[in-house]
Design a protein around this ligand. Structure first.
Ligand SMILES: [Zn+2]
Length: 296
C-alpha cells in the first residue's frame, strides 16, 4: 500500500471515513457500518481544472469581458457536471474552486483597470440577491454572467442508485421518464414534463403510477389566450384532465358571455335608447316617434 487511504478512479477519490453511529452508512439489512464513504474530485483533477482556467484568463488578458465569460462558462459547467454525483459540494471543493477562480479574475481586473476599486465597479455587478456576480453591464438587457461552481452543487447522498439489474428497458416507463427526462418508449415532451413535475400530477398531487393514462394540458387554456409553449404545459391524469377541462370551459363560457354583452352594449350605444315600462326601446329612425322597436 502507498500509505494513503482510499483510492482514485477516473478523477474521483473514493475514501471511507469512520463516523459516529448516527452519521454512519448502513448495509442492506440496516446494520450500522461505522463509516461513511465520500467521493470527491482528486487533488490532481482540481489542479488541472484550475490550470485550464488560468490559461483561459491569461489568453484573454486584453479581450472583452464577454469573450472571457463565454470561454469560461462551458469549462465550469462541464467540470461540475462531471462531478455532479460526488460529494464535491459537501466537502467544500466547489466553493474552493469558486474562490480560486475569483482570485484569478481579480488579478485580471486589476491588470486592466490599474486598481481593484475600479475593477470591482466595472466587472462585478449585483444580480438578484447575489452581490458579486462577474457579468457584463448591458443596461437593462440580459447581462452575460459567469457561472459559479457552487450553483450546480449536489451530493452523492442525494443520488439514488439504480438497483441490481434495473434498466430503462424493463418497462417501468413512468419511473424512468421521471428519473431521466427521456425514455425510449415515451414522447420526449411528455418525458421532460414528467421530470419537471417530479412524477406528480399537478391537479390531484398524487404520483403517477405505471399504467396511468397521462395527458398534456395547457395550464392557461388556448381559448383563454394560453400559448402552446413548454412553460404553459402540464401533465395530468386523464380523469384530472377532464376535471380541469370542465373548469376551463366554465371560464370560457363566462368569458364569451362577457364578450357578448360588451358587443350588445356597443351596438346599443349607437342608438338613442330608453326604458319604457321595463322594456328597452329604441327610437325608430324613420318616424322619430316614441314608439320604438322592441328588443328582448
Ligand atoms: Zn391527477
Amino acid at each position: 500500500m502507498d500509505g494513503i487511504a482510499g483510492f482514485d478512479f477516473l478523477g474521483h477519490h473514493i475514501q471511507q471515513f469512520s463516523t459516529s453511529k448516527y452519521k454512519s452508512a448502513r448495509n442492506a439489512h440496516g446494520t450500522i457500518l461505522g463509516f461513511k464513504t465520500l467521493i470527491t474530485p482528486t487533488k490532481d483533477a482540481c489542479k488541472r481544472h484550475q490550470i485550464k482556467i488560468k490559461e483561459v484568463v491569461k489568453k484573454h488578458k486584453y479581450s472583452h469581458q464577454a469573450l472571457l465569460i463565454e470561454e469560461l462558462n462551458p469549462i465550469i459547467r462541464g467540470w461540475v457536471n462531471y462531478y455532479s454525483n460526488t460529494d464535491a459540494a459537501t466537502v467544500g471543493e466547489l466553493s474552493r474552486q469558486d474562490y480560486l477562480l475569483y482570485q484569478k479574475l481579480r488579478a485580471w481586473g486589476r491588470h486592466r483597470c490599474g486598481n481593484l476599486v475600479d475593477a470591482r465597479k466595472k466587472y462585478w455587478i449585483k444580480i438578484g440577491n447575489k452581490n458579486w456576480v462577474f457579468a457584463t453591464r448591458q443596461g437593462n438587457a440580459n447581462p452575460l454572467r459567469l457561472l459559479s461552481h457552487t450553483e450546480f452543487g449536489s451530493s452523492s447522498t442525494k443520488y439514488v442508485k439504480v438497483r441490481g439489474e434495473d434498466s430503462p428497458f424493463n418497462g417501468k416507463l413512468v419511473y424512468w421518464s421521471t428519473r431521466m427526462g427521456i425514455s425510449p418508449d415515451m414522447p420526449s415532451r411528455k418525458a421532460s414534463l414528467l421530470k419537471r413535475q417530479k412524477g406528480v400530477c399537478l391537479w390531484c398531487c398524487l404520483h403517477f403510477r405505471e399504467g396511468d393514462i397521462l395527458e398534456e394540458d395547457h395550464v392557461l387554456a388556448r381559448a383563454l389566450g394560453g400559448k402552446d409553449i413548454y412553460n404553459n404545459l402540464q401533465l395530468l391524469h386523464a380523469h384530472c384532465h377532464d376535471a380541469k377541462t370542465a373548469l376551463d370551459l366554465s371560464y370560457i363560457r363566462d368569458n364569451s358571455l362577457k364578450e357578448h354583452l360588451k358587443q350588445v352594449n356597443k351596438e346599443l350605444n349607437k342608438y338613442n335608447w330608453f326604458w319604457k315600462d321595463d322594456i328597452l326601446c329604441i327610437h325608430g329612425k324613420s318616424n322619430g316617434s316614441d314608439k320604438g322597436r322592441y328588443i328582448e
